[in-house]
Design a protein around this ligand. Structure first.
Ligand code: KG4
Ligand code: ZN
Length: 359
C-alpha cells in the first residue's frame, strides 16, 4: 500500500514591480488565500513606476499581507513546507525586499525558501483554473515588460519561439495611452476609451505581419500615433478613435502571430497570460481565431493576469515538490533567462498532476 504523504503547503511572496502580494497554496486543498496591495496610486503622479518608491512601499506592505494571508488560510507557520518568492526578473530593489523577507521567514521557521521566476509564475497561472491547459502548449506571454511566444512542454520546459524586437505589448499600450493623455497604467485606460472609438477609423501599421516568422515589434506604433495626432484638435472622439486603432493593431498582431505559432508547432492549445491578457478584445479575438481552427485558448482569471502571489505559489509548489531549495544567500536577479530553468519532472508525466485542486 502506498504510504500516505502529507500535502505540501506554501506561502508565496511577489514584489517584482509595483504590486506587493502574498498567497497560501496547498497541494490537496488548492488556493487558501491571496492578498494583494497595488501601488498604482503611489506611482500615478509620476506617470510610471519609480523604483525607489516601489521598494520602500514593498517594505511597508509585505509583512501585513503575509499575516493576513496566513490568517485567512487558517495556517500557522508550522503548517508550511516552504516559502516561495519572486527572485527575478524585475526591479532589483523591489525584488530584494521580497527575497530578504522570504529568506528570513524561511530561516526563522526552518523550512526551505524557493526562488521563483516571475514569468514562470505568469505561465503557470492558468493551472489555478478549473480546466487547466494540457502540456504541451504554446504560451503567449504579454506583460508590461515582456512579449513572447513560448513552446511549453512541461513545467520548466520552455522554448522561446518569438520575442519582441523592441517594446513589449503592455509598454506599447502604456506609451500610446500617455500620448492620449491617459493616466498610468495606460493599458486598461486605453481599452476603456477604445470602447467608444469607431472601428477602422485609424489603421495603424502591423509591421511584423508582412514578414515570415514569430518576431514582433511595437515601437513603430507610438510614432504612428504621434503622426496621426499632429496638428489636430484632440477631441474626445478623435482620442477614442485613435485608442480603438491602437488596440486593433496590437490585438491583430498578437492574434495573427499566436495562430502562426500554433501552426509552426502543430499544437492546438494556447495559453495567454501576463497583464495584457486581461484585455477583453484580445481574449475575444484569440478565442475566435484559435477556436475556428479547432484549437482552444486558456487564460488565468482576470485578477491573476496581472501580477499576484497566487501564480508564484503555483510555480513555488511545483519546484518545492521537485526538491528545489534556494541557498541561504539573498540573491535576486534583475535579468534571468527563462530557458535556464530546470525541468520539473512529473511522476507519471501527466499534466493532471501539475493542476491545482479546487476546494
Ligand atoms: O503582468 P503585469 O501586471 O506586470 C508586468 O510583469 O509587466 O502587466 C502589466 C501590463 C501594463 O503594461 C498594463 O498596461 C497592461 O499589463 N494591462 C493591459 C490591461 N490590463 C493590464 N493592457 C491592455 N488592456 C488591459 N485590460
Ligand atoms: Zn508580471
Amino acid at each position: 500500500m502506498a504510504k500516505a504523504k502529507k500535502a505540501l503547503r506554501v506561502l508565496a511572496l511577489e514584489s517584482s514591480c509595483d504590486e506587493s502580494a502574498a498567497a497560501v497554496l496547498d497541494e490537496s486543498e488548492g488556493l487558501l488565500a491571496h492578498e494583494l496591495y497595488s501601488q498604482v496610486e503611489l506611482h500615478r503622479t509620476y506617470g510610471g513606476v519609480v523604483p525607489e518608491l516601489a521598494s520602500r512601499d514593498h517594505v511597508r506592505r509585505l509583512l501585513p499581507l503575509v499575516r493576513r494571508a496566513l490568517e485567512r488560510a487558517g495556517t500557522a507557520p508550522q503548517g508550511l513546507a516552504g516559502v516561495a518568492f519572486t527572485a527575478g526578473p524585475g526591479l532589483i530593489g523591489a525584488l530584494l525586499t521580497g527575497a530578504a523577507l522570504a529568506r528570513s521567514l524561511a530561516y526563522a521557521w526552518q523550512v526551505p525558501a524557493v526562488a521563483v521566476h516571475h514569468l514562470e509564475g505568469h505561465l503557470l497561472a492558468p493551472l489555478l483554473e478549473p480546466e487547466p491547459p494540457p502540456f504541451p502548449h504554446v504560451a503567449l506571454l504579454v506583460s508590461g515588460g515582456h512579449t513572447q511566444l513560448i513552446e511549453v512542454s512541461g513545467i520548466g520546459r520552455y522554448r522561446t519561439l518569438g520575442d519582441t524586437r523592441d517594446d513589449a505589448a503592455g509598454e506599447a499600450f502604456d506609451k500610446t495611452a500617455k500620448l492620449l493623455g491617459l493616466p498610468y497604467p495606460g493599458g486598461p485606460e486605453l481599452a476603456r476609451l477604445a470602447q467608444t472609438g469607431t472601428p477602422g477609423a485609424f489603421r495603424f501599421p502591423r509591421p511584423m505581419l508582412d514578414r515570415p516568422g514569430l518576431e514582433l515589434s511595437f515601437s513603430g506604433l507610438k510614432t504612428a500615433v504621434l503622426h496621426s495626432l499632429r496638428g489636430r484638435e484632440l477631441t474626445p472622439q478623435l482620442r477614442a478613435d485613435v485608442a480603438r486603432g491602437v488596440e486593433e493593431a496590437i490585438v491583430g498582431t498578437l492574434s495573427a502571430k499566436a495562430v502562426r505559432a500554433l501552426e509552426a508547432t502543430g499544437l492546438d492549445a494556447l495559453v495567454v497570460s501576463g497583464g495584457v491578457s486581461a484585455n477583453q478584445r484580445l481574449r475575444a479575438a484569440l478565442t475566435e481565431t484559435v477556436g475556428r481552427r479547432g484549437g482552444r485558448v486558456y487564460y488565468p482569471r482576470i485578477e491573476f493576469c496581472t501580477d499576484n502571489a497566487a501564480m508564484i505559489a503555483v510555480a513555488g509548489l511545483a519546484r518545492l515538490r521537485a526538491g528545489e531549495h534556494d541557498g541561504l544567500a539573498i540573491q535576486p536577479r534583475a535579468q534571468w533567462p527563462l530557458e535556464t530553468l530546470t525541468a520539473v519532472p512529473f511522476q507519471h508525466d501527466s499534466a493532471a498532476e501539475a493542476a491545482i485542486p479546487h476546494a
